[in-house]
Design a protein around this ligand. Structure first.
Ligand code: FMN
Length: 363
């Protein structure tokens, strides 16, 4: 079974080809530090070949939701060290996901400061889950060009901080409508400077972030998560294949560890014909980097995906919430625990670190 085979990702050897997809669990402290329960949570799941952390805010400006951790203060870096040390002690590997939410935020959780974005365009038809409940999105403040360059520096510094915190590498969250995705998409970016307009300009932000990050932390340590066929958070593209083909080909010029590519999710049957349904086949074939394929996989479909030879690793999200020993369960063809969606975001240890492991004694 390919899924359980050890594999090399850039210069890092992974114990198997299963990754844990990044998942926000909103259980950090108010100051963005992570606590002992988070150390336990990741350590419990460290038999995955690669763990990718929940999105970690790269700055105060980046924060979109309460109780999400950060990677920009000394205390935050120190708190993550406990996680990375514990994961490494069990033989696991862990990347930090770098997160700037841009307009997917609300001023009620930002000390009354408006969220920033490429352009002053609000998300419509959805609400934001804030500490005050579900709220309509506000029109964000458009970043000045000099501020865009500062955000790129913030990503770079966050990557350096992540390495200091003991992470094996970092992943840029450029998927599902967060700031990098906002720069890329026509529906969120109507800028007239070098970061807006044609595909080349809309891709510039992501490419400059990845160049800055790889320059700062070295080869084979930075990945990027992309969701070409997910028009969520008011992310709409008239020609997503053209946009992502350009971006993915340009990323070939940088020494990345991987591209984390998502299959379509929430794609309505009608009106979205321009979006590729077979993301791996259409766009995955354009990269020279390793691909981590994500979204909706079971053990069987993951195995079939690896057999196609495009993806090298499969990442699992929800199955890892409920099954800390997911790899073992795959190995033994064991039943999976079912996830409790009510405890995905926020709360305490319930639904976080209390999912049962297989009782090996009764096998
Ligand atoms: C509770 C929850 C939180 C998530 N948070 C993040 C996140 O912080 N960053 C990210 O890139 N994706 C996030 N995702 C998406 C997952 O990483 C993954 O892409 C998605 O769940 C699809 O994979 P799956 O079908 O294996 O669950 C989250 C998903 C869930 C269920």
């Amino acid at each position: 079974m390919k899924l359980l085979q050890a594999i090399k990702l850039a210069n890092i050897t992974l114990n198997n080809s299963v990754a844990m997809s990044p998942m926000t669990r909103a259980r950090a402290e108010v100051d963005g530090t992570v606590n002992d329960a988070t150390v336990t949570y990741y350590t419990q799941r460290a038999s995955a070949g690669l763990l990718i952390s929940e999105g970690a805010n790269i700055s105060e400006q980046a924060i979109g939701s309460p109780y999400t951790p950060g990677i920009y203060t000394k205390d935050q870096i120190e708190s993550w060290k406990k996680v990375t040390d514990a994961v490494h002690e069990t033989g696991g590997k862990i990347f930090a996901q770098l997160w700037h939410t841009g307009r997917v935020a609300h001023s009620v959780d930002k000390n009354d400061v408006l969220p920033v974005a490429p352009s002053a365009l609000a998300i419509v038809g959805q609400q934001h889950f804030s500490s005050q409940g579900a709220m309509d999105y506000e029109v964000p403040r458009a970043l000045e060009t000099a501020e865009v360059k500062q955000v790129i520096q913030d990503y770079k510094q966050a990557a350096v901080n992540a390495i200091e915190a003991g992470f094996d590498g970092v992943e840029l969250h450029a998927a599902t409508g967060y700031l990098p995705n906002q720069f890329l998409a026509e529906s969120a970016n109507i800028r007239t400077d070098e970061y807006g307009g044609n595909i080349e300009n809309r891709s510039r932000f992501i490419l400059e972030v990845m160049a800055a990050v790889t320059e700062a932390i070295g080869e084979g340590k930075a990945g990027i998560k992309l969701s070409p066929s997910i028009p969520y958070n008011s992310i709409l593209e008239s020609d997503p294949v053209a946009t992502y083909s350009y971006l993915i080909k340009e990323l070939n010029n940088l020494p990345l560890a991987y591209i984390h590519l998502m299959n379509p999710l929430f794609l309505p049957e009608e009106g979205f014909e321009q979006y590729p349904k077979d993301v791996m086949g259409t766009l995955g074939t354009l990269t020279t980097h390793s691909i981590i394929a994500n979204a909706g996989y079971t053990k069987e479909t993951a195995e079939a995906e690896l057999q196609k030879g495009i993806a090298k690793i499969i990442s699992f999200g929800v199955p890892f919430i409920a099954n800390p020993d997911l790899v073992k369960r795959f190995e033994l063809n064991a039943e999976l625990n079912q996830p409790d969606r009510a405890t995905f975001y926020g709360g305490n240890e319930k639904g976080y670190i209390d999912y049962p492991f297989l009782d090996e004694a009764v096998l």
